[in-house]
Design a protein around this ligand. Sequence first.
Ligand code: ZN
Length: 455
Amino acid sequence: MGDTPLVNDLQSLTDEIGGRATGSQANLRSVEWALARFREAGVDARKELFQMPSLWLERSARATVRGEGVSYTPRVAAMPFSTSTPKGGLRAPLVSGGKGSEKDFQALGAKARGAFLLVETAELKDIDGLFREYTEGAAIEERAFAAGVAGVVYMGSRPNNLLYRHNVATGLRNTRPMFVMERDGALRAMRLLRGGKALTITAELDIQSGPAYTSHNVIGELRGTTRPEEIVVLGAHLDSWDLGTGALDNGANVVALIDVARQMKRLGLKPARTLRFALWNGEEQGMFGSWGYTLAHEAELDKHVMASSFDIGCGRITGFFTGRRPELPPLVDRALEPVKGLGPFTQVDDPIVGTDNFDFMLHGVPNLVANQEPALYGPNYHARSDELDKCDVNQLRLNTAIMAALAYGFAQMDAKLPRHSRAQVEELTRTTDLLQQMKAFNVHEDWAAGKRGRK
Ligand SMILES: [Zn+2]
């Protein structure tokens, strides 16, 4: 709680560098910024390269809705992996896809073909709502493409016409223009359509796209004294979406991890095992940075004692998701003992998909995801409003103490859980909802094809 540049760091990363989608100039600056923060603190740091499969950045997005006597221009945001529209825009009928259910598509029949499909969404209230959006999106888009739509328009799920980036469910394989429309503009179109008005929409999406390219993770390292070859990973992703400045997702946890490394150095703490503070890149497009790390470090994954991920904003850390390894929660309990006054902590022994623990999980490495109080995370997720003022920086400071206890606890404890075999990882996919989660996040195919996870 004392003298630390943690808040200044968060301000410079968000206000000065700003939104930093992987592949952007701001993202390149954030990599150099992170290296400089570690080195100023006397912590060894390096860039580690990995491959991004393709470039996707929005340059601009506009749409006009027209009908007899009606014309307006709701604000829109292209969904990541949306295609560009031709110069001058793509004009097509706008039809109501209802909530995108099987029944809705039956009712729509042949009218879906060649049209922009407007999909109604529930207002997003919490993190469960986020997971619901991801899960439903996959099924909706599958039906829409089978029906031959020209593109999909999601009604914004956030109040106050807040725009946000939401990955298309088909990811890199998408071949259609897709975007989110501000909630009020979409509700208006829905009312007009239900009243029998015929509408068209002209969408102008200007997307900068390109082939595979190289990006970098930033790894700060405190080398272990007595067991240096054994590694504990603490991770948060450096990249963000770019409508806002990525304070909650995930600048806050980036500056927190940098501060943990800084304070350990300042205090002269000498961990027995090596601590790696991993600032991942390419997370938002599909956890590509942490995937790349597991490929580059495959030979030493047996020596990875634990890999943790912090990615749920500034709310109080309430415990960890422990990935269905019953031996792991007691070790986390023990590590958190010195900071129990900041608890209570509850470990949830389930696997969780959606952040950078994922590839460690598929490689059988004991992995954790910090569970946090929702605070303002849900409504600001990937949104224009994900800015510095949404972060409770005092809580963030307290969270650094929890991170530090976890890091130091795992660095010092004698226990080391063995890495799981391929068969054990497969068993995990059969005995939990892991496969379902992987499908919702569009990362199932890489696993099924043998591209991701332990051989
Ligand atoms: Zn995130």
